[in-house]
Write a protein of this length. Structure first.
Length: 510
């Protein structure tokens, strides 16, 4: 089908690189010839099972090579891929199915050759409105909603393929590249990293779960040239190693010398972590990308050459992407002022599946609302300063969690931190923070308080600090503030010994 652009592109790559290694997992490797042969066979079975053009097909995935066989097969059958992680609880899967209304499901890890890999899910025939939204669609990616319910982002073949082409111009992958996939392949970031490599005839090494030590070992053992990560993975890696272990790992990477480029995105990197990571992977370059599932990701890029002059930014907009920063009245903010970052892009979603009202609310005057607070400098470089819905309002003062977290992470012994607001009868909200200590180090309340005194006004300092072993993350690996709020309400984490709150008398009147 000519509409299945992602499938046709990957099929052409498989034909051109038939004998090269396409995918290597922990229990299976596939050449491009094997990838295409299996996908064509599955596509024929899907058509025989009744999959029609633009039908949504739920695919169980876990970064296994066979997952990509399923993706290609569904596209060759002109269907729409709906990836759902194999570990998702039944209640979650039911909720996603209620949105996606898939009539068929695929799980190739359950396929014994008898056809068991394809199941009938019983979804209804699509309504005319759903058919219209799904016309030419490649993917339905579920992303977290502000209400806690998932949003099914419909991405078209042309939009996602167009973004892949732009990312290829940026990164310049070749058939000799080895890409390590530790990003979840239900996540648009993980999908484009893998597809970009496969479209060039490169090899993709997949890992089902992220493990800091395994990550470093795999980079070296597989002679990985490219990889993509989210900051949470980097924080976890550095938090699990002592300073000496980090230095030894850095030296191993440097001696091996295969890593040429790392792409990071999904959440703000932060100044301190950026410095540490760039030093760790040098001389490899770091591309810091910002984007949303709704815009096919990678809307802004801070390239390695631009980092020294603009270290705290997300860089400049990618080709074809226009932006504005708007205040509460909808007017453009001047240079240096914070407002909502809004985008116009040719790589935009078709909408939220089954949520027409939500789709309309995502736009204002033709601009897509990111929900992120940002500012720009005189050179057009953009800095993310927080999320509109995550602002903590303490005593009438608006505080971004990022500002608090960056200050905490600069304190001795703190590997990572997350701040949230919890209800308070006097101040409206108080600031609560979870701190993760560096490996082998203890957190000292007095030392942290002294560090914050040098970088934060007192009304921005946490009212309560807790100690944990990891920050809460959602299914895509991004930080999950809602989960932290639930943790803290349940009392599962101990307070940092010796911590005293900054005091209500120190809170200024707005």
């Amino acid at each position: 089908m000519t509409d299945s652009l992602l499938g046709l592109t990957l099929e052409r790559s498989a034909l051109a690189h038939a004998d090269r290694l396409a995918l290597r997992g922990e229990d299976l490797e596939l050449t491009y010839r094997e990838l295409l042969s299996r996908a064509r066979s599955l596509a024929a079975r899907l058509r025989a099972a009744g999959v029609a053009q633009d039908d949504t097909v739920m695919v169980k995935v876990s970064n296994h090579p066979l997952d990509f066989v399923a993706f290609l097969a569904i596209w060759l059958a002109a269907g729409v891929v709906v990836p759902v992680h194999r570990s998702a609880p039944p209640g979650v899967v039911e909720g996603l199915q209620a949105k996606a209304q898939c009539r068929h499901g695929v799980d190739l890890l359950s396929d014994d050759g008898s056809g068991a890999g394809i199941t009938l899910l019983g979804g209804p025939d699509p309504s005319p409105e759903r058919r219209t939204m799904l016309r030419g669609a490649a993917l339905v990616i579920f992303t977290s909603g502000s209400t806690g319910l998932p949003k099914g982002v419909v991405l078209g073949h042309e939009a996602f393929a167009g973004k892949l082409a732009q990312n290829q111009k940026l990164l310049g992958l070749t058939a000799d590249d080895v890409t390590l996939l530790v990003l979840n392949n239900t996540f648009s970031f993980g999908l484009w990293m893998a597809l970009l490599a496969l479209n060039q005839g490169g090899s993709v090494v997949t890992r089902a779960k992220f493990s800091p030590l395994q990550f470093i070992d795999t980079l070296i053992a597989e002679r990985v040239t490219r990889t993509g990560v989210v900051p949470t993975m980097v924080r976890a890696t550095f938090a699990s190693l002592t300073a000496d272990e980090i230095e030894r790992a850095r030296q191993r990477l440097c001696r091996e010398g295969s890593l040429r480029d790392m792409v990071i995105g999904g959440e703000p990197l932060g100044a301190a972590l950026s410095v540490q990571l760039r030093s760790f992977i040098a001389p490899a370059g770091l591309h810091d990308v910002y984007g949303l599932t709704e815009t096919s990701t990678s809307d802004f890029v801070l390239e390695p050459t631009a980092y020294p002059a603009h270290p705290a930014t997300i860089g400049l907009p990618a080709p074809g992407v226009r932006f504005r920063i708007a205040n509460d009245s909808g007017a453009d903010c001047p240079v240096g002022a914070a407002g909502e970052l809004q985008l116009q892009t040719p790589y935009l979603m078709a909408g939220y599946l089954g949520d027409e009202d939500l789709t309309q609310a995502a736009f204002v005057d033709g601009w897509f609302r990111t929900g992120d607070l940002a500012s720009r400098d005189a050179d057009g470089f953009v800095t993310i300063v927080g999320r509109l819905k995550e602002l903590i309002v303490r005593g009438g003062n608006k505080i971004t969690p990022l500002e608090v977290e960056h200050a905490l992470c600069a304190c001795p012994g703190v590997a990572s931190a997350m701040a949230v607001g919890l209800p308070d009868p006097v101040l409206g909200q108080r600031i609560h923070a979870l701190l993760i200590p560096k490996a082998g180090q203890a957190l000292v309340a007095e030392t942290i308080r002294a560090g914050l005194a040098r970088s934060l006004e007192k009304f921005k300092q946490p009212d309560a600090c807790y100690v944990g072993t990891e920050l809460p993350t959602g299914r895509t690996g991004k930080l999950d503030r809602g989960q932290l709020q639930a943790w803290l309400r349940s009392g599962t984490h101990p307070l940092l010994p010796g911590w005293t709150p900054p005091g209500e008398a120190q809170t200024p009147t707005p």
